[in-house]
Design a protein around this ligand. Structure first.
Ligand code: SDX
Length: 438
């Protein structure tokens, strides 16, 4: 038997087959079992895809035990300390860090595509003022293909790059409109003289009449802009997480990129995934004081109680989430300006320490993840709690776009079509309604 293979034996039939053990440039090898049904007559079962590699990718690497996160080989710590979000988006999509000229050209291309069609702006008028921002995000992003239906040939490299850049460019204005519609404020358009995160904050919080003499007001505070760039970098990509896998599955059918991203946004919305940052703030506000921590820790441990400690645990990180370590430090810096958030942050720190010293959490390797602290920083930036997952969406669009581009560039792109273990009724005779009794 060759050493880079695995052998599988069906003990009920004695049949055996060998499969290649594929090794990547780092991380866990994968057994290529694509022919197992054809060879041995059974499917593999992996609820939640805990041990399943769905694709080959060169974009992001995670080592869950060592708390390592690399974007195109660069440690997240280095990117967080030295880059802007747009520079990171370029890296994820193109595979290399940009030169100064490349970055300037990419910035211009993103900025050029940052305003949305007036018809899309009118779409917001059909939403209730209290519609959840993520409901608006899903609808408006899916509608991009109703307005930008040229340049949608997924087999055309130039069209693909235009669509990816358009998505990066337009998400901040769409996100800001989700908020401004909810508070009844007029549209503020992106500006050519502001960088990506400044434009977003300006579109969120400034007023049209301010635009001619805009000053670096509180919403363009350099500390806030630096924190926002960092949060977007840390949330930009994360390998084959639930929403990225959703984008890839949609893309495998040949659907247009805007529809694929809308599918990803819908998946991200769930509280077990990107909705966790909003859920963390709601949880901290429900816990209220340090005295209540023990009660809620016990609820989280009680199998009969659906309550889980939001912001804790991760499918991959089983020692620490490197993003949480980076964010925790920034929290101190940003919240220093925000006295009223002090108690909430102190409660978060106390909850973290309590959980980290509790056997239940230690045995299950449940540590704070990226979302445990991100909501606190967004709150410090005056972002409303129901907009937190929208913020995650802006950032993760860079990763979704990178994975979509990688997938579209691959010559091998089969439609994703998992199988199942059927537990339903065996074949039975039809009974007309007249004979089914009362
Ligand atoms: C993100 O995949 C990604 O990369 C996601 C993400 C990204 O960047 O894309 O990193 C972003 O989604 C971060 C995760 C945000 N979600 C939360 O903070 C929600 C709270 N966390 C849990 O829902 C949970 O930890 C998950 C969903 C994150 C991970 O769940 P797993 O790996 O499927 O583990 P599990 O649900 O099977 O739990 C294993 C055990 C169970 O107990 P036992 O049955 O063994 O007794 O741990 C327990 C669970 O009950 N557990 C928790 C818990 N998380 C797991 N118990 C209390 N509180 C929790 N938060």
């Amino acid at each position: 038997m060759a050493k880079d293979t695995i052998s599988i034996i069906n003990n009920s039939t004695g049949e055996r087959a060998e499969y290649p053990l594929l090794k990547g440039s780092a991380g866990t090898p994968v057994a290529d079992i694509r022919k197992i049904h054809q060879d041995l007559g059974f499917f593999t079962y992996d609820l939640g895809y805990v041990s399943t590699a769905s694709c080959k990718s060169s974009i992001t690497f995670i080592d869950g035990n060592k708390g390592i996160l690399l974007y195109r080989g660069y440690p997240i710590e280095d990117l967080a300390a030295n880059c802007t979000f747009i520079e990171t988006a370029y890296l994820l999509m193109k595979g290399h860090l940009p030169t100064e000229i490349q970055l300037a050209e990419f910035n211009d291309a993103v900025n050029y595509r940052s305003a949305i069609h007036e018809g899309l702006i009118r779409l917001f008028q059909s939403f209730n003022h209290d519609s959840h921002p993520m409901a608006m995000m899903v609808g408006v992003v899916a509608s991009l293909s109703a307005f930008y239906h040229s340049e949608l040939d997924i087999n055309n490299l130039q069209h693909r790059e235009i669509c990816a850049t358009r998505l990066i460019g337009k998400l901040p204005m769409i996100a800001s409109l989700c908020y401004r519609h909810s508070v009844g404020r007029p549209v503020v358009y992106p500006r050519a003289d502001l960088e990506y995160c400044e434009n977003f904050m300006n579109m969120m919080f400034s007023r049209p009449e301010e635009q001619s003499f805009i000053t670096k007001g509180h919403y363009l505070d350099p500390v806030a802009i630096k924190a926002l760039n960092l949060l977007f970098i840390l949330h930009a990509d994360h390998e084959q997480n639930a929403s990225t896998s959703t984008v890839r599955l949609a893309a495998s059918t040949g659907a247009n990129p805007y529809a694929c991203m809308a599918a990803g946004i819908a998946a991200l919305w769930g509280p077990a995934h990107g909705g966790a940052n909003e859920a963390v703030l709601s949880m901290l506000e429900e816990i209220g004081t340090v005295d209540n921590i023990e009660k809620y820790i016990n609820k989280a441990k009680d199998k009969n109680d659906p309550f889980r400690l939001m912001g804790f645990g991760h499918r991959v990180y089983k020692n620490f989430d490197p993003r949480a370590i980076i964010i925790r430090d920034v929290c101190h810096e940003v919240l220093a300006h925000k006295e009223e958030l002090g108690p909430l942050f102190e409660l978060a720190l106390a909850l973290e320490q309590y959980a980290l010293n509790d056997d239940y959490f230690i045995e299950r390797k449940l540590y704070p993840n990226v979302d445990f602290y991100s909501g606190l920083i967004y709150k410090a930036l005056n972002i409303p709690v129901d907009m937190f997952t929208v913020m995650f969406t802006i950032a993760r669009t860079a990763g979704w776009a990178a994975h979509w581009l990688e997938m579209m560039a691959s010559p091998v792109r089969p439609i994703g079509r998992p199988r199942q273990l059927y537990e339903g009724s065996e074949k039975r005779d039809f009974v007309p309604i007249a004979r089914r009794g009362k």
